[in-house]
Write a protein that binds this ligand. Structure first.
Ligand SMILES: [Zn+2]
Length: 285
């Protein structure tokens, strides 16, 4: 079963297959509170809401560099267009690029706002630069990283706004939405590989067990990296056999990845089915 998502590649496809990172290496904070009495998704025709792009001006030079990059790549415009073509939502959700005084991204259910901090771009620019990346390649990485973060935040936003019922940790589920979206097209799957690479790099920063935030609502960076590898492998085992051959994805984990991936696709198809903008694409069986 193919998942039901519009082709994000029409936005992302301007780049050659390069690195993408979902970033949020420190993870996002989520203030959503989606308690409700309903127990199953109900069809809705509501489409009053829209995702609305907003860039707030940066006030310092470092942040302004990221603002200029995101504006020039039409990051928020592309993202909101895709989300608006994808699902019906009852209320507007602002997608705001802004200074936050921390390197992070958020979904705030009280304000119905996704916030993407320029500081996150600054932090990732430093990280990629330390890896030796520069020029257009670096900018592509930063752009794609921000896109990945936005899809993760979309997971939080949709869970709250549509009152979706989930099991498991919401941070993991939000990662799964990003995987669901970025595996729709073959060309986008390489983005997930890069997301995994980035989390893998981030995981290497830890030098002792004391550095690992076991308490955190997010899975550990190394786990998130492995999950993304597993999902992309599960979406096309033959195409990504190299992940096994090269020892990038653990063989024992890989055994169940196709099943894991299909569970994610089936679940998001089911959860979002009533809200898909184009019901003719609904593949729910
Ligand atoms: Zn999150």
């Amino acid at each position: 079963m193919k998942n039901n998502i519009l082709k994000y590649s029409k936005v992302l496809g301007i780049f050659s297959v390069a690195l993408i990172t979902i970033s949020s290496l420190t993870g996002c904070n989520d203030s959503s509170d989606s308690k409700s009495e309903s127990i199953k998704p109900e069809p809705t025709n509501t489409s009053k809401g829209k995702f609305i792009p907003i860039y707030e001006p940066a006030t310092n030079a470092e942040n302004r560099v990221e603002e200029n990059l995101w504006r020039s790549r039409k990051l928020l415009e592309g993202y909101t267009e895709e989300m608006n073509d994808f699902v019906n939502i009852p209320n507007d959700i602002k997608v705001v690029a802004k200074e936050c005084k921390e390197a992070n991204a958020f979904y705030d259910s009280d304000k119905n706002t996704i916030e993407l901090c320029y500081e996150l771009g600054v932090e990732e620019r430093k990280m990629f630069t330390e890896e030796g990346d520069s020029g257009v390649n670096l900018e592509n990485e930063l752009y794609q990283s921000a896109v990945g973060t936005l899809f993760h935040e979309a997971g939080h936003a949709l869970i709250a706004e549509l009152d979706l019922k989930i099991t498991g940790r919401e941070e993991d589920v939000a990662d799964q939405l990003a995987a669901y979206i970025l595996t729709y097209n073959d060309e986008d799957k390489d983005y997930l590989i890069t997301v995994a690479d980035t989390y893998g790099l981030a995981a290497q920063r830890a030098t002792s067990l004391d550095d690992l935030p076991f308490y955190d609502s997010h899975s550990l960076d190394a786990q998130r990296a492995t999950n993304f590898l597993c999902y992309v492998y599960g979406s096309d085992m033959k195409g990504f056999q190299n992940l096994i051959d090269d020892g990038v994805l653990n063989k024992e984990r890989a055994v169940d990845c196709e099943h894991e991936y299909q569970q994610i696709v089936d679940a998001w198809d089911f959860l979002l089915g009533p809200y898909f903008k184009n019901q003719s694409k609904n593949n729910i069986s």
